[in-house]
Write a protein that binds this ligand. Structure first.
Ligand SMILES: [Ca+2]
Ligand SMILES: [Ca+2]
Length: 206
């Protein structure tokens, strides 16, 4: 295997197949492709992945006016981010007026994460909500059962944002249990489809 420089300054590895005269040399293209490694891209090692296809992920719903449901949306965004299923603040209608409703993950116990490494939490999200003057959405995180810390919040005008990847990094993670929650609070009038969540992952950045 030889190391060589790419035009962008990155280094790549490649195999050279050497065949003797007395034997046939077969090279599997897939094996070659799997063997190509770029040195300059961070590697993500996944410790938690939930696409909500087979189960609801043991996520729980709580709060006032709660309409969180697991399944396939029949109103906007009219699909999950992956496969057929996701969680959303009502799969077939708008969120409630006067609501304070939360979707909470199970306590996620991570084992094997290198102490002091950066932990990356990612989720796919679709959002259709009134201005944050009236209706709000939050994604929060708790470590070892501690107070909830904000990873993301809806700010500004009324928005309709299709499925997009959201990301939050915990720097210097050190062997703590993690819990996530997705929450909306609403005022007394004007409702939309709300907050939709799919493909939650936690990975270590190497
Ligand atoms: Ca899904
Ligand atoms: Ca409202």
């Amino acid at each position: 295997m030889n190391r060589y420089g790419g035009i962008d300054g990155a280094f790549y590895y490649r195999w050279n197949a050497v065949c003797g005269e007395s034997r046939t040399c077969g090279v599997d293209l897939n094996e070659i492709l799997e063997g190509i490694v770029r040195d300059d891209e961070p590697e993500l090692v996944f410790f938690y992945e939930e696409d909500f296809e087979d189960t609801d992920g043991d996520y729980t719903v709580s709060g006032y006016g709660a309409r969180w449901e697991w399944g396939t949306p029949t109103v906007w965004p009219e699909s999950a981010a992956s496969g057929d299923k996701c969680w959303g603040t009502d799969l077939n209608g708008n969120y409630s007026n006067g609501a304070d409703e939360t979707l909470t993950s199970p306590v996620i116990q991570l084992t094997g994460v290198e102490a002091g490494s950066d932990l990356v939490i990612e989720w796919m999200q679709a959002l259709y909500i009134e201005s944050s003057s009236w209706d709000n959405a939050y994604v929060e995180l708790s470590l070892n059962g501690g107070s909830w810390m904000q990873m993301w919040a809806h700010t500004g005008s009324t928005v309709q944002v299709p499925w997009e990847l959201k990301s939050y990094t915990i720097e210097s993670y050190n062997d703590e249990d993690i819990q996530l929650r997705f929450r909306i609070t609403t005022d007394g009038s004007v409702t939309y489809s709300g907050l939709y969540i799919d493909d939650v992952t936690i990975s270590e950045s190497k």
